[in-house]
Design a protein around this ligand. Structure first.
Ligand code: HEC
Length: 187
């Protein structure tokens, strides 16, 4: 009898924890949120790797440079947009609900960083054995017509014509611009 009750209690507890696990997994876009946060972390690791190579804090390796640039390309542009579908925004995720109210701006940012990342990946494909002068940025990073700092009369600079280090700086600016506007503290 006792054993029977203990067993039933254990079953109830087990059932209870199964229900909890299921509702968490089915919460508002939980898997989608987890996947995009993992993508963002990958981008952060890739951007850091490239920055450290250019800053001399990590050994420059053409293959590692290429892999990191490809990772940035893979997680930006249309792929980034697809990671933020309706119904997966707001707490407890770090994505602001405002993304839905400002879709054109959010998507333009995602495409802008995507073009820069693609240009960087194209350069990395033929990266030389050591960092060459033409990969270096000369002067402050400038983008003829960046989304958030439009300078009238200045033609949109062509990413393909920019040194790799310059592209990296513009990419990092886009990370910050998007986070400032569309990311919130996670709950
Ligand atoms: C177009 C907008 C946008 C761009 C561009 C963008 N991010 Fe994010 N990022 C977000 C949003 C929104 C979140 C919050 C996601 C969530 O919690 O659901 C986020 C979250 C993150 C996180 C936290 C992930 C976690 O584990 O919670 C990191 C790290 C990150 N981004 C790094 C980067 C880096 C590095 C770049 C540039 C190479 C970048 N992001 C570009 C919008 C962007």
């Amino acid at each position: 009898m006792r054993a029977g009750i203990a067993c039933a209690t254990a079953m109830l507890t087990l059932a209870g924890s199964l229900v909890t696990a299921a509702s968490l997994a089915e919460g508002p876009g939980n898997a989608i949120v987890a996947a995009r946060q993992a993508s963002m972390k990958e981008m952060a690791a890739a951007a850091r790797a490239i920055a450290e190579m250019f800053d001399g804090k990590r050994a420059y390796e053409p293959a590692a440079f290429k892999a990191a640039a490809n990772a940035l390309g893979a997680h930006t542009g249309p792929a980034l947009i697809a990671e933020f579908p309706e119904g997966t925004l707001g707490a407890p995720s770090g994505a602001r609900l405002d993304i839905d109210q400002a879709r054109p701006e959010f998507e333009a940012l995602a495409r802008h960083i995507g073009r820069l990342a693609d240009a960087l990946a194209a350069k990395a494909k033929t990266a030389p054995a050591g960092i060459t002068a033409d990969m270096r940025m000369t002067g402050p990073p400038m983008d003829g017509g960046s989304l958030l700092g439009k300078r009238p009369g200045v033609a949109q600079a062509d990413p393909a014509s920019m040194p790799a280090e310059h592209l990296l700086h513009l990419i990092l600016q886009d990370c910050s611009s998007c986070h400032a506007k569309f990311r919130q503290r996670q709950e």
